[in-house]
Design a binder for this molecule. Structure first.
Ligand code: ADP
Length: 415
């Protein structure tokens, strides 16, 4: 599905960019050809005037002189002396154009006869269809200058070919760019879809076990089966609650009710509420608060409590009995930090990113029925929904420290 979408987006992107490129190339080519044509016209006009004035200054005109003029300027010269063509007109190089030259001369002569009263000599140039420029001048001795367009057309053709080549190269680059660009654009979507599918697969797998236990309990009815069913149903309920909370946090649908929280009072209350539970699990439990006054922050107290509870439950689960668990509050210039510190089994550095993924459980926690592998994922989402960050570090001497940073500035921003 994504591959098809990738090709379609590439096609669309390439079509638009190549279309724009083609339009601009044609526009530029048009302007460039127009300028070239104007320059060509001006250059002929200038050369024609120069040839005419040069001829006028000559006492005697030799064929060598005329040939030199032709070679120097790249034009063809035809001459008539008192209406008689010079044999210079019959040179082999002139033959393809001699019919044209004759007809031009005839029309000139006709026009000149009509204006014969005028003393001024005839001197003009024009573009003669596709053949090129024509300049005609004189009265007794008539000079006709032909500028065949072949060289100019060659120049135009090579310019068009160059533009075509450049446009082709640019199009290939644009298509390649469109392919890479749309690929990059689709990658997060692809990864997201993969994660969603994995989530559904994992959730189904987690729900299947309690369901199987319930079904077999109903069929076999072992001793205290009602209790087993109740336990498994509660477990399923917890998992569904966790999944709903996580989905709500991720999609931003979980409404957070913000209030100003005094971190030291909040942590003290949390400590008191959880003290019995931690001590029952046979761990040393303590609270560390700063001596100085602590600024408040804006947060959803229920969600922050849930976050700390997730971290605390993990600390209890992954710290051997008689281990030490500390709740610590510290104040930084722009943040306050709640830390849950344990001196338990710790987390290997290669697993530190993976533990925040959904349904990730280290091998050791697979047999623990209470652990679904969603706790840290939920914790991270709660912190991030408060624009904070959750950082895992190693406790000095061994164990894990989870630090939750909440911005103090958010108080000002949100109020
Ligand atoms: P679980 O429900 O398995 O605890 P979590 O998302 O809370 O899921 O944690 C994911 C994994 O991170 C756990 O399976 C465990 O391997 C590891 N982990 C979490 N907290 C700690 C801790 N305090 N000490 C050691 N390992 C931990």
């Amino acid at each position: 599905m994504f591959q098809k979408l990738h090709y379609e987006l590439t096609g669309l992107c390439a079509l638009i960019t190549v279309g724009i490129l083609t339009a601009f190339t044609l526009l530029y080519l048009n302007i460039s050809e127009h300028t070239l044509w104007e320059n060509h016209t001006l250059s002929f006009q200038h050369d024609f005037d120069t040839i005419c004035s040069s001829l006028e200054q000559q006492q005697t005109i030799t064929y060598q002189y005329l040939l030199r003029m032709e070679q120097n300027n790249g034009y063809l010269l035809f001459l008539w002396d008192n209406e008689q063509p010079l044999s210079f007109n019959l040179l082999e190089s002139h033959l393809p154009y001699s019919a044209l030259a004759d007809s031009l001369y005839a029309s000139y002569a006709k026009q000149n006869a009509m204006t014969s009263t005028a003393e001024a000599s005839f001197h003009e140039y024009e573009l003669h269809s596709e053949k090129g420029f024509v300049g005609i001048s004189g009265k007794g001795l008539v000079l006709l200058v032909l500028a065949p367009n072949t060289a100019f057309h060659r120049q135009l053709l090579s310019q068009r070919l160059l533009f075509l080549l450049l446009a082709c190269i640019a199009s290939v680059i644009l298509i390649l760019f469109a392919f890479l660009f749309t690929g990059k654009l689709l990658r997060p979507l692809q990864e997201n879809q993969k994660r969603q599918l994995q989530f559904v697969a994992n959730a189904s797998h987690e729900l299947r076990t309690p369901l199987a236990v319930i079904l077999s309990s109903i069929t076999i009815k072992p001793p205290r089966y009602e209790q087993t069913i109740e336990q498994e149903a509660k477990r399923m309920g917890r998992l569904v609650d966790d999944m709903l909370l996580l989905t709500g946090l991720e999609t931003g649908k979980s409404d957070l009710s913000y209030s100003s929280i005094s971190p030291d009072t909040f942590l003290l209350n949390f400590y008191e509420q959880t003290e019995v539970f931690v001590r029952q699990s046979n761990h040393f439990y303590s609270l560390e608060l700063p001596d100085t006054s602590v600024p408040t922050f804006l947060g959803d107290s229920e969600k922050v409590k849930q976050l700390l509870l997730n971290l605390l439950q993990n600390a209890v689960s992954y710290t051997p009995e008689k281990g030490r668990i500390v709740l610590r509050l510290s104040v930084l210039p722009k943040e306050i930090c709640f830390a849950v510190v344990d001196n338990g089994m710790g987390i290997a550095s290669e697993k530190r990113d993976a533990i925040f993924e959904r349904f990730y459980r280290a091998d050791s926690s697979h047999h623990m029925k209470e652990h679904f592998g969603l706790g840290l994922c939920i914790a991270k989402e709660i912190v991030q929904s408060h624009r904070g960050r959750l950082v895992l570090s190693e406790t000095p001497g061994g164990g894990s420290t989870f630090s939750c940073y909440f911005p103090i500035a958010s108080v000002a921003e949100k109020s």
